[in-house]
Ligand binder design. Structure first.
Ligand code: AMP
Length: 523
C-alpha cells in the first residue's frame, strides 16, 4: 500500500513542534511586519493596519475576559463578513475562548440546533436577526447576545470600545480548542469539528512555506469567513505572511476585475474561476501582478483548468482539505517539485500523511479507488459531543476517515472521485459518479453534469444524470444516453437524464447531490 508522505514530513513535524503550547494568534502575529502601521486589510472604503488588528483584537479579548465566561466557553457567531468580524475572531483566540462561526444563510430552526448543541455563553448576530435570536436564546437560559454589523456598528463594538487596546494573549496548550467548525451536514445532523490551536497553527505554517507566502503579497479575499477556506486558508495565510488583504464582502465580478490587477494571490472556489472566464474582457492584463491562483472546496473541472491557462497564462493550483483537517494535499507551487495537474489535488502537504484503503481499511493495489484516510498535526480531535461519531471516524490506529474516495495517479498525485456516500451501487455494481460525469462533460454541447443514485425497485439504485448545456446548445436526453451507450458499460449509462439550466450549489460551490437525489427520485 502506498502511504504518501512528503519527504519533508519529519522536518515539518519538528518545525510545528516549536509551536507547542502557543496561542494561534501569537503564531499569526509573529508574521506581522515590524512596522505595525503597514496596511493589513483594504476594503473598498477603508484601510486597516496591523496595529488596528492588534488593538481591536485586544479590546475584544479584554471585553470577553470581563464577562466571567468559563474557560473554553463557546461563542457562537453568525454575522456578515467584515474586518471587525475577523478581529473579533482573533480576540476570541487571544482570550482563550472557542470561536464557533455559522453560515449566514442559517435561519431560526437551524440556529436553534446549534444553540442547543454548542451551548454557547455568548451569541453574536447581526442587528436584523436580533429579535428572533433573542427569542431563541431565552429558551436556553442565560446566554448573552450582542450584535455586529458589516457597517462597523453593533452592541459588540460599543461594548468593546471601552476596554484597553493591549492584552496579553493567553498561552494556549496546543490541544486547547480554538474553533468548532460545523460541517455543512448534507446528511444527518451537522457535526461540530473541534479544531485545536495546534491543528490550525501547524497547517498555517506549512501552507506559508509550501505556497511561498511573502510580505509583499496582496491577497484578493472574496470568500466567506465562516468556513475553513476563507477563515483559515486565506486569512491565516495573509496574516502569518504580514501581507495585505483586499477584503470584499463576497465574490462580485465587477469588483474582482477591478482589484485583480493589483493582487498577487487569489483563492477561490471553482465557480469564481468559471465566472471570471465568462467575462470576455478577462485576460492577461488582469493577472499582471498575479503570483498564484488557488482553487479548492469543490472539484475544478479540467475544462476550467485548461481554459484558464489558455486565457491568462496562469496554471491554477488545486488543493484539497476539509473542515475536520484543514488542508491535506496541494499541487506543487514550485515547478521543481512537478507540474500542476488538472483533475488532481496534488500530493500530501508536508506533515500530512494520506493513504487510500479498501472497505475494511486493508491496503489497496496502487492506483485503485479506495477510501482516503489521513493523519497529522492538522487533523481535528473529534466531533463536539459526539463520541460515537468520533470513534467511527477514526481507525483503531488513528487515521481519520475523510469520507472521500480517491486514487493515486502515476505521478503520485491524489485524484478525488467523490464522497463515499455518493457512490452508486446498481444491480450489485459500483458506479463512481465522477467517472460518468467526466465522460458526459466531454460530450458535445455539455457544460457540466452531476450524476447521482436514486432508489430503484430492481437495481437497488439507478444512475441518474443531471446535465447543463453550454450556452446556446440544445441537448436531448435520449441522444445523450445513446452516445453514452457507445462509450461505457450499460450498467453505468444513466437510466434518466435531466437537462437543466444550472446545478444546485452551496456557498462553497459544492454541488448539492442530496438536493438532486430528492428532486429526481423515480416516480
Ligand atoms: P468542507 O468541510 O466544507 O470544506 O468540505 C470538505 C469536502 O470538500 C472534502 O471532504 C471534499 O469532498 C471536498 N473538497 C474539498 N476540496 C476539494 C477539491 N479540490 N476537489 C474535490 N473535492 C474537494
Amino acid at each position: 500500500m502506498l502511504i504518501f508522505t512528503s519527504a519533508e514530513y519529519s522536518l515539518s513535524v519538528q518545525n510545528t513542534r516549536m509551536f507547542k503550547n502557543e496561542n494561534l494568534y501569537s503564531i499569526l502575529a509573529s508574521g506581522f511586519p515590524a512596522d505595525l502601521d503597514t496596511v493589513a486589510i483594504e476594503t473598498p472604503s477603508r484601510l486597516y493596519s496591523f496595529r488596528d488588528i492588534e488593538q481591536a483584537s485586544a479590546r475584544f479579548a479584554n471585553y470577553l475576559s470581563s464577562l466571567g465566561m468559563p474557560p473554553g466557553g463557546r461563542i457562537l457567531v453568525q454575522v456578515e463578513k467584515s474586518p471587525e468580524a475577523l478581529m473579533f475572531y482573533l480576540g476570541v483566540l487571544r482570550a482563550g475562548f472557542v470561536y464557533v462561526p455559522l453560515n449566514t444563510a442559517y435561519r431560526e430552526t437551524e440556529l436553534a440546533y446549534f444553540l442547543g448543541d454548542a451551548k454557547p455563553s455568548l451569541v453574536v448576530c447581526s442587528e436584523p436577526n436580533r429579535a428572533w435570536v433573542d427569542a431563541l436564546v431565552q429558551k436556553q437560559g442565560s446566554v448573552r447576545v450582542e450584535t455586529l454589523n458589516a457597517d462597523r456598528s453593533g452592541t459588540l463594538l460599543d461594548a468593546a470600545t471601552a476596554f484597553a487596546s493591549n492584552f496579553e494573549t493567553v498561552a494556549s496548550l496546543s490541544d486547547d480548542l480554538g474553533v468548532i467548525l460545523y460541517t455543512s451536514g448534507t446528511t444527518g445532523r451537522s457535526k461540530g469539528a473541534m479544531l485545536s490551536h495546534l491543528n490550525m497553527a501547524s497547517n498555517a505554517q506549512v501552507l506559508h512555506r509550501y505556497w511561498g507566502w511573502q510580505s509583499s503579497d496582496v491577497l484578493l479575499h472574496m470568500l466567506p469567513i465562516f468556513h475553513v477556506h476563507g477563515l483559515f486558508v486565506a486569512a491565516h495565510g495573509a496574516l502569518l505572511a504580514g501581507a495585505r488583504m483586499v477584503w470584499l464582502p463576497k465574490f462580485d465580478i465587477e469588483q474582482a476585475l477591478h482589484y485583480l490587477p493589483r493582487c498577487t494571490v487569489m483563492m477561490g472556489v471553482p465557480t469564481y474561476y468559471v465566472r471570471l472566464l465568462a467575462q470576455p474582457e478577462f485576460g492577461h492584463a488582469h493577472c499582471k501582478n498575479m503570483r498564484l491562483f488557488i482553487s479548492g472546496s469543490a472539484p475544478l473541472l479540467q475544462e476550467t483548468f485548461d481554459n484558464f491557462r489558455q486565457r491568462t497564462g496562469h496554471t491554477i493550483l488545486e488543493r484539497y482539505g476539509m473542515s475536520e483537517t484543514v488542508m491535506l494535499t496541494s499541487n506543487p507551487y514550485d515547478s521543481k517539485e512537478g507540474p500542476r495537474l488538472g483533475g488532481t489535488v496534488g500530493r500530501p502537504l508536508p506533515g500530512v500523511a494520506v493513504r487510500v484503503v479498501g472497505d475494511t481499511d486493508q491496503p489497496m493495489p496502487d492506483g485503485e479507488i479506495g477510501h482516503i484516510q489521513v493523519r497529522g498535526d492538522n487533523v481535528f480531535s473529534g466531533y463536539w459531543q459526539m463520541p460515537d461519531k468520533t470513534q467511527e471516524s477514526f481507525t483503531n490506529d488513528g487515521w481519520f476517515r475523510t469520507g472521500d474516495l480517491g486514487h493515486w495517479n502515476q505521478q503520485g498525485y491524489l485524484v478525488i472521485v467523490g464522497r463515499s456516500k455518493d457512490l452508486i451501487i446498481t444491480g450489485g455494481y459500483n458506479v463512481y459518479p465522477k467517472e460518468i460525469e467526466l465522460i458526459i462533460d466531454d460530450l458535445p454541447g455539455v457544460l457540466e453534469s452531476a450524476v447521482v443514485g436514486v432508489p430503484h425497485p430492481d437495481f437497488g439504485e439507478a444512475v441518474v444524470a443531471v446535465v447543463v448545456p453550454q450556452p446556446g446548445a440544445t441537448l436531448e436526453p435520449t441522444a445523450l444516453q445513446a452516445q453514452l451507450k457507445q462509450l461505457i458499460a450499460n450498467f453505468k449509462v444513466p437510466k434518466h437524464v435531466h437537462v437543466v439550466a444550472e446545478l444546485p450549489r452551496n456557498t462553497m460551490g459544492k454541488v448539492q447531490k442530496n438536493v438532486l437525489r430528492d428532486r429526481y427520485q423515480l416516480s
